[in-house]
Design a binder for this molecule. Structure first.
Ligand SMILES: Cc1cc2nc3c(=O)[nH]c(=O)nc-3n(C[C@H](O)[C@H](O)[C@H](O)COP(=O)(O)OP(=O)(O)OC[C@H]3O[C@@H](n4cnc5c(N)ncnc54)[C@H](O)[C@@H]3O)c2cc1C
Length: 338
């Protein structure tokens, strides 16, 4: 019978990453007991967050060097935990920190790894689900090789419920961490005037190139567009997505919204966000863009063109209307509600 281990780093404040609770939710669907393994300078706070989740024991590697994400130390800690547990299936949340080291960990423990897992289930044996070809095909995978390492994508599964009660017992594991040659001296984020990407937002607001095109009066109105978009994103707490055409305009010397970068791009060559609702405005709804909407559960679009891509089964609701007028009204309603 397989034995299951959930392995994760702790956050800089010592908390358990939310993605770890989601990976635990996925792991529990295998129908087998789950042991947790945590690494960081101190794991007590994160272990307490597992109280009432059904996890009975937490294996821990604690070391000041694990305060900073660093391949050598993170990989050594995760490999020591996986080895100490003897688990045949090792589930980890695909945070940037775990995603960076788990392929190496799989190699060190003589296992195999599958990434971008969106669901686990027990269908004649442990089964992992993932999407291929930019979310166009869903596959179910089973493997004979063990240990089997599985990186679960954040936002794909419901987090395990922590009902409180006594924190699971912590069992320390010794790990020989290598001397750290790399030191983190600071952080630099991609330049963007305002943080507009909010993975936890309920609504994704997508702006397309139409916002910068000539409008009914024969003139483009990019400043007005900018004000309408930012006002909605701020008051609704929405995350801002973009079509490729809009973010590519920088290279074409056209007006570009300063708060928008290629990181906002949704689609085949962009991101695949997972918000419950999405609203596309001034965006045509072409397949390479809409494939990035695969996991948006309710999709609406505003477009002047009744024959745009959204009309062809890509959106649940298409408003054939001027997005400038619609968003002005929506923003006024939101402001009145505040
Ligand atoms: C290999 C490949 C990969 C690609 N990957 C991606 C990707 O990851 N993401 C992506 O987005 N695209 C991608 N594309 C490009 C994609 O095919 C489209 O060209 C792009 O999505 C079009 O962007 P758009 O809809 O914003 O612009 P347009 O096609 O220019 O559409 C603008 C829309 O705005 C509407 N509009 C204008 N004014 C108003 C108004 N006042 N009110 C309402 N509507 C208005 C127009 O009716 C029009 O439908 C890819 C293409 C290729 C070949």
């Amino acid at each position: 019978m397989d034995t299951i281990l959930l392995v994760s780093h702790v956050d800089p404040d010592g908390a358990l990453p939310r993605a770890a609770l989601e990976a635990l939710g996925a792991a529990k669907a295998l129908g087998l007991p789950v042991t947790a393994a945590l690494f960081g300078p101190s794991v007590a706070k994160a272990a307490a967050a597992l109280a009432g989740t059904g996890v009975a024991k937490v294996l821990a590697v604690e070391d000041a060097a694990l305060a900073e994400p660093r391949y050598a130390t993170d990989a050594a800690a995760a490999a020591a935990l996986a080895k100490a547990s003897g688990a045949s299936i090792v589930v980890a949340p695909a945070t940037s920190r775990m995603a960076r080291v788990m392929a190496g960990v799989a190699q060190r423990i003589g296992g195999r790894i599958d990434t971008h897992v969106t669901q686990l289930s027990s269908e004649g044996g442990p089964t992992a689900f993932r999407w291929y070809y930019r979310q166009r095909i869903e596959a179910k995978l089973r493997r004979k090789e063990r240990p089997w390492v599985l990186l679960v994508d954040p936002g794909a599964t419901a987090a395990a419920q922590a009902d409180g009660g006594a924190a699971p017992a912590i069992e320390k594991v010794a790990a020989a961490l290598p001397a750290a040659r790399t030191q983190v001296t600071g952080q630099r984020a991609p330049s963007s005037g305002e943080q507009t990407i909010r993975p936890d937002a309920k609504v994704l607001f997508v702006a397309g190139a139409g916002w910068t095109k000539k409008q009914a009066d024969g003139q483009p109105h990019p400043e007005k567009a900018e004000a309408l978009i930012l006002s909605f994103v701020r008051t609704a707490g929405a995350s801002l997505g973009s079509s490729k055409s809009l973010v590519d305009q920088a290279g074409e010397g056209q007006k570009v919204f300063e708060f928008m970068t290629h990181l906002n791009q949704v689609g085949q060559t962009g991101s695949t966000p997972r918000h419950p609702k999405g609203l596309a405005t001034c965006c045509h709804g072409e397949e390479p863009h809409v494939v990035g909407w695969r996991f948006i559960r309710e999709r609406r679009a505003v477009n002047l063109d009744a024959n745009c891509g959204w009309a062809r089964g890509k959106a649940d609701v298409l408003y054939v209307a001027d997005a400038f007028a619609v968003m002005e009204k929506v923003n006024a309603l939101l402001a009145a509600k505040k």
